[in-house]
Design a binder for this molecule. Structure first.
Ligand code: K7E
Ligand code: CUA
Length: 629
């Protein structure tokens, strides 16, 4: 067994696509008897070339994109906004990272939001998902997980800034994250991927893993506080919600609870865990929970045999779990199996009422190719599954796959399209909502290899845009991106109404406004220096091309807080504040207040300047701080 596992691992680690294709049989996928051969696909593709999509990927200068794409920035820790179909990067939203341009992690406002995790300079963002009402994007929030430091953050879509970050207790490495779709996003939920002792206090051992658990974490979307956690058997990977407001689902690739690779991939089947939301809420209300690690978060017991959960066995180390936009089917992606498992959502009530067995919910297991990771959907009954090892997207028809499994002679595979290379997630325009429109598909390819000019040993990844509006998928754009777009969502622009300037009563800087009030300062009019022991607060306005204060004095060793209020009303006239030689800079957008605190530890004259280009006299927008020895 060990040898076989090592062999599988070698295959997984080998990134060369050609080798994979040649040795595919070694992957344990024995019979990769795809219903159509490559040659058949080629001739079909030629015959149907006329039926390729007619979407135009060209967004001419001055034109606007049709969709906002929210991209995870992976281990850069940020979220990015792309325009689709142009694939232009429109904005970066710092979340778990430190950002030199905006001062994220430097300003007092961002430090408050970063909270107890402020000392972390890194993060690993995976799954951005927008809040919904009745299964449709509502344009309010985007949520994102931090696998590295077990956190979840929320981005406000009116100002496109992170406004809350929660550290999840009792769990480790938050991975899959999704939102409740129906009736609205009351909860978001996410998975603790790594199994740890429930009371993780250093008294446990590396040998005895019997107390190790993974937790399913349910968070109140509005307060971004923990609602409850559910203890499960096996670990948890990705997650998904139904369109009925009843069930959440999570995949488990390590049902074995192994602690090394060999142990983790021994079982032929792992499972999808389903969570009954009403039963979880009832258990919570009835007080049927325990707490751990000295915190108050209720932990429900959802291990096998519990009324709260059901475990549906599926092959093999499944990864993504995705629901079709008509709400009928969950698709579990086999990863180490060349199949996906189609789970009929209409059977879940019977499953939870013990009228049927878990496997009875799996109505088809179509074979697609090697390494299925994630599936996306159009509005015409088709699914698009990434094949990591084959470096392809498989387009297949769900009803035909079900008919095929019932013995009918139908081809459910519609097309396999080469992507470059090794795709992880893919996502269709609005495809995780009722508004799936079948226009665009983005494949997030983990390797770019030969697709771009070489830039040294570290290469960009490759986000590819595919037109799926016709019968034939058509690759229309290569987009290099920096580490690492695990996932993205494509939201029609009609769903979003971002603010053009800040409003003065915004909660983002409310605490700074309150501090000014305590100092008797009116931020919109006053330019003042207030001394409070060895703390000095410097209040100034900015209006292009001037700071309200041209100079101020402090004493060596003072703790200086500079508060800048941007009085400009004009869209896009953002100022910056940089104190030279202090590692201090920040952005102050129109009508915003921002503040930064530093120690004046160098005697003499220090210039401060505006570092966001704002005016023809931007270079002259500067002033002096004298630090008196
Ligand atoms: Cu990269 Cu969704 Cu974190 Cu799959 S996950 S590939
Ligand atoms: Cu103000 Cu540049």
């Amino acid at each position: 067994m060990q040898d076989k596992n090592t062999e599988k691992q070698t295959e997984l680690q080998n990134a060369d696509r050609r080798k994979f294709m040649g040795k595919s049989a070694l992957l344990g996928a024995g019979a990769v008897a795809a219903p159509m051969t490559a040659a058949m696909f080629t001739s079909m593709a030629k015959a149907q070339a006329a039926e390729a999509g007619k979407n135009s990927p060209f967004v001419h200068p001055g034109e606007l994109d049709e969709y906002y794409g929210f991209w995870s920035g992976g281990h850069s820790g940020e979220v990015r906004i792309l325009g689709i179909p142009s694939m232009r990067e429109l904005m970066r939203i710092p979340v778990f990272n430190i950002d030199s341009a905006t001062g994220w992690g430097i300003t007092n406002e961002s430090k408050r939001i970063r909270g107890e995790g402020d000392h972390f300079l890194a993060g690993d963002a995976h799954h951005p998902h927008m809040s919904m009402t009745d299964g449709r994007y509502n344009g309010k929030y985007v949520f994102i997980n931090d696998k590295a430091n077990t956190r979840v953050a929320r981005i406000r879509c009116d100002v496109m800034k992170t406004d809350k970050i929660l550290t999840i207790p009792n769990a480790q490495a938050i991975h899959g994250l999704r939102v409740q779709k129906v009736p609205y996003t009351k909860y978001i939920f996410c998975n603790g991927e790594f199994e740890i002792p429930l009371n993780n206090d250093g008294k446990e051992s590396l040998e005895d893993v019997s107390t190790y658990r993974s937790l399913f974490n349910v968070i109140d979307a509005e307060t971004l506080e923990m609602a409850f956690q559910v203890m499960v058997d096996g670990n948890l990977d990705n997650a998904e919600a139904d369109f009925d407001g009843k069930y959440f689902a999570a995949s488990s690739y390590n049902s074995e609870m192994g602690t090394n690779l060999g142990e983790m991939i021994t079982s032929e089947r792992d499972h999808i865990v389903f969570f009954d939301l009403a039963r979880c809420e009832a258990a919570l209300k009835a007080g049927n929970f325990k707490t751990y690690n000295g915190n108050e978060v209720p932990v429900l017991d959802g291990r096998k045999g519990s009324a709260l959960t059901r475990y549906v066995p599926v092959p093999k180390s499944p990864h993504g779990i995705n629901i079709s936009p008509d709400g009928k089917y969950f698709v579990a992606n086999g990863k180490l199996s060349p199949t996906v498992s189609i789970i009929d959502t209409s059977k879940l009530d019977d499953l939870f009422n013990d009228k049927i067995k878990p496997r009875d919910t799996v109505i088809a297991e179509p074979e697609l190719g090697l390494g299925p990771l994630h599936t996306a959907f159009d509005n015409r009954g088709n699914a698009y599954t990434t094949l990591f090892l084959d470096s392809q997207i498989a387009k297949w028809n769900i009803e035909d796959a079900i008919a095929h499994s019932q013995g009918q002679k139908v081809n459910y595979l519609r097309q396999k399209l080469d992507v470059h290379y090794q795709p992880g997630h893919n996502h269709t325009s609005q495809g995780e909502t009722r508004d799936a429109d079948g226009k665009w598909l983005v494949a997030l390819s983990k390797f770019s290899k030969d697709r771009y000019l070489p830039v040294g040993p570290l290469r960009p990844e490759n986000d590819q845009l595919i037109d799926i509006s016709g019968d034939v998928m058509k690759l229309v754009h290569d987009g290099p991106t920096y580490a690492e777009p695990h996932d993205c969502v494509l939201v029609h622009r009609s769903k979003l109404k971002p603010s053009k300037v800040w409003t003065r009563d915004d909660s983002f800087f409310a605490e700074t406004v309150a501090m000014a009030k305590r100092d008797g300062v009116t931020l919109e009019t006053d330019n003042k220096v207030i001394r409070d022991g060895n703390k000095v607060r410097v209040y100034m306005t900015s209006i292009a091309p001037n700071f309200g204060l041209n100079e101020f004095k402090v004493k060596l060793g003072d703790e200086v807080t500079v508060v800048v209020t941007n009085l400009d009303q004009v869209e896009d006239v953002t100022h910056g504040f940089c104190m030279t030689n202090h590692g201090v800079q920040m952005e102050i957008s129109p009508q915003a207040t921002a503040s930064v605190t530093f120690i004046a530890n160098q005697p003499g004259v220090q210039w401060y300047y505006c570092n966001w280009f704002c005016h023809a006299l931007h270079m002259e927008m500067r002033g002096r701080m004298l630090v008196e020895a």
